[in-house]
Design a protein around this ligand. Structure first.
Ligand SMILES: N[C@@H](CCC(=O)N[C@@H](CS)C(=O)NCC(=O)O)C(=O)O
Length: 223
């Protein structure tokens, strides 16, 4: 039996990855919401997760933390979580690991905040470099591995899509212009039923963190 501990749906980008993956693959789990405040390490979460962060998956009480480790652990039993083709699978692993380890400039400048739909502003060079790399990753995956298949990075929905899901929301919220291939992928992800469910739940939450919400002014206000 699985228990998934996640943070606030409006702000907790890492939580979305594990939750979306389990929802997409129809894995039954009990969801537990915990309060996170944008700290890196939260001692209050220590009883739930070895790294004192969410998401954390418990299987009959046994903890698995770190979103990518949760995904890999689930993929052992649901192998369709990775693309079937060996090269596609290797590429999906590379970009998932790259996502897990990187894009700090973008993640810092554009925290996930689904209640904001902002006008946006030109990105700094560091953030633009992250955006350009993400667009390159998405377009390469869609062109090389997904032509004639489904609308996700490797055709069918995979762990790679779950890993990039919060980036989809960030680029949308901060109104980052995207070339057509990347914009189509973003639209397909935002139309995923579980993304719609997460978004609706986020809009209904009352927990607010001023240090994230105040970014609205910096990004030209709401559109
Ligand atoms: N590398 C971790 C990152 C997890 C993480 O930083 N989670 C944040 C929430 S999105 C957290 O639990 N922070 C503690 C807090 O804000 O109180 C993963 O992939 O799961």
């Amino acid at each position: 039996m699985f228990d998934l501990y996640i943070g606030n749906k409006n702000y907790s980008s890492w939580s979305l990855r594990a939750w979306l993956l389990m929802k997409h693959f129809g894995i039954p789990f009990t969801e537990h919401a915990v309060s996170v405040a944008g700290r890196d390490y939260n001692p209050e979460l220590k009883p739930l997760a070895g790294n004192a962060r969410v998401p954390c998956l418990h299987e009959d009480g046994f903890q698995v933390w770190e979103s990518l480790a949760i995904a890999e652990t689930l993929a052992e039993r649901w192998p369709a979580m990775w693309p079937a083709d060996a090269r596609a699978r290797a590429r999906a692993r590379s970009i998932s690991a790259e996502m897990h380890a990187g894009f700090v400039a973008l993640r810092t400048a554009m925290p996930m905040n689904l209640k904001l739909e902002l006008r946006g502003r030109p990105a700094s060079p560091e953030v633009q470099r992250d955006i350009d790399r993400i667009v390159e990753i998405w377009c390469e995956a869609r062109t090389v591995f997904a032509t004639g298949k489904g609308p996700y990075l490797f055709g069918d929905f995979s762990i790679a899509d779950a890993m990039f899901a919060p980036i989809v929301w960030r680029l949308h919220v901060y109104n980052v212009p995207l070339p057509p291939l990347a914009a189509d992928y973003s639209a397909a992800m935002r139309a995923h039923p579980a993304m719609i469910e997460w978004h609706a739940a986020a809009l209904g939450e009352s927990e607010a963190h001023a240090h994230y919400d105040c970014l609205a002014d910096e990004y030209g206000g709401r559109r």
